[in-house]
Design a protein around this ligand. Sequence first.
Ligand SMILES: [Ca+2]
Ligand SMILES: [Ca+2]
Ligand SMILES: [Ca+2]
Ligand SMILES: [Ca+2]
Length: 472
Amino acid sequence: MKHAPNGLSTLALAAAVTAISGVAAFADGPILVTSAEDSGEDTLRAALETAAKSDSLTQILVATDSDIEVSSTLVYAGKAPLAIHGMGQNVKTDVDTTMLNISQGANLTVTDVSFKGPGKFSIENQGGTGRGIFVDIRDDQTGVVSFILSDVEISGFSDYGVLISDCDVVENCGAGRGGRGNGSDASILVRLNDVEIDDNGNGHFDADGLRVDERGPGDIFFYAKESEFTKSGADGVELDEGQDGSVFATTVDSKFDDNGDYCDENVLGSFLPDETEGEFEDGEVQEADIPGPVTGSPDDGCFEREVALFESGSVKEYEIGIDFDDGFDIDEAGPGDLWSLIVDTSVKGNHDEGLDFGEEDAGNLKLGVWNAETISNTDDGLKIVESGAGNLSALLAKLTAKDNGGYGADLQQIDEGTLTVNVDKSRTSGNNDGEETGLKVDQLGSGEATLRVVGSEIEDGIKAKNVKVIEE
Ligand SMILES: [Ca+2]
Ligand SMILES: [Ca+2]
Ligand SMILES: [Ca+2]
Ligand SMILES: [Ca+2]
């Protein structure tokens, strides 16, 4: 990282900021940070405290010669928009704490400043809830809350790299699929350009690189360009939208690689029962006779246990496994659509699915994939599920899906709705056991269903259920 050049006058810095944002934005001029100390005069902490008193946009210019090191959370408690512009400095901490807390849900812009946590977290070296940036949206917010990062790196935090929470039970929002909590009327806009979110969430169960929890009315707009989401303990990115509202997600020239390893099977494997699954006749086995929930491991939250019973109460089947996570996970529930465009993007080596998109209840799912690689993910390369009223349509163009543990691409239309999948100039090979595992396309509800495969090499075959398949 480059450091700030010496000898820039206050005037020159102010001129630089003015150039960034336009003169009209500054009623009071920018606040300059010239001290790299944790607190006191001219520090970032003091600047945030001053900014919080403003009722209009405040610009902070970080003009320190060196990196800033802090030992406790930097808080911005204002409601007005905040912009922090740096010159490539790091804001660092060796304490397991949240770095920047936007406690009143303000709009945030950060340019050319990076946030570095202590790092080296794992299931054997767990942390608390240290987050890179935490935006806590107020219950009474309306309009669009914006979160805009450019040329920013966030790494080494025990919990989420970024958590944007429009959910009144922050710690406990659960997943969007039946997720809990209520939220404000506000929508959430995330725009990332040249952002690296690396090695976060490795000290805590279910902590993603970047997570948005959107509840109540409102949409999620997510746009990432030239950005990387790597080595997160849970998902690289997780967008959870519940109740009214849709998700619009676009990635361009981006990377979702090597995520989802917090629940390390080398550490946890020995805590699994000898028989991790079973299937029985009615009346054969009672629940008391199958393995119970796993206890006494480094993190029992990592174990998933599913049990299905017969009406008589005896066990039909059970399965116990370790919970891993995805590259990019989107869950849309309630009324509203899920639209996503994945362009020139890499999705490799994630410990569950590569892309895992689900749309529930009323609304459609539309997916466009252009020139993407989903390779060596532990489960499916892509898993796309549309359920409830609404249609699924997908275009997979120039997709390479190979060597995934599950299907190359798995698309399912459930309940009423049509299914339209076009595969163009795509290649799949080496997925799972290689027998009809390249593409799986299922119409599990009612409606017209067509899979059209053009100019593609699906070496490991196609499995299609209730779907008209056209190969050209
Ligand atoms: Ca909302
Ligand atoms: Ca919704
Ligand atoms: Ca929906
Ligand atoms: Ca449907």
